[in-house]
Ligand binder design. Sequence first.
Ligand code: PGA
Length: 255
Amino acid sequence: MARTIIAANWKMNKTIGQAVEFARGLKNALLQKPVEATVVIAPPFTSIGALSAELKNSTVCLAAQNMNPAAAGAYTGEISGEMILDAGCRYCIIGHSERRRLYGEDDAIINAKVIAALNYGLLPILCIGETLEEREAGTTLAILTRQLKEGLNNVSADDIQKIVIAYEPVWAIGTGKTATPGQAQEIHLFIRNLLSAMYGEKEAGGISIIYGGSVTAANISSLMAEREINGALVGSASLDLASFLAIINFDGQGL
Ligand code: PGA
């Protein structure tokens, strides 16, 4: 059974002080009312250390938004998997569409990052998703197949359980246009079937496939009601604490 994971992708937002204030509020809210989902925050690199200290003894996990696949060396401006782990991260977002589009990351480099992350004991959140042009051209499934197969190249059946797949249609990111729950479910099922063909049905069933793209407190429940949607990667709506708390309490039950 796949775990439910709700991850906040803060992108290039929040100073250290703002990040710590949010984390304190989140930690206290979870102490009062724990939630069933695994809650992950991906802050900018500058806030990871301070959040790691603030969230010690809390159930909230930290993720980096990116990493360099090399172990160390002359890579000005880059951060390694070892550094991320050392700073307190358990997860690393890899292959976000903004990295693919703005920084020219291709499937080969993304795969190198996935392998390096696994080698360090980090849990990769591998992002895949089609652009609007690709969707309109009818190539969505081919694009997702390529991104998934190449992104997971050389990932063993043992390691696949450590990976979270985030389906983020690029046309839904930061646009206010969410995929309908039905559209998302259809693609998640396609991804699950592809993972089944690659790793076996049992293994595929345990992999969390989360949805991202304009997720808000208003649409999270209907997305989560779909069978193959195991959580969400939330951008804009994760920046405000009340909004993020409403999202992680999507079932209205807590524990
Ligand atoms: P959004 O971003 O929720 O602002 O659309 C999601 C993401 O890019 O991970």
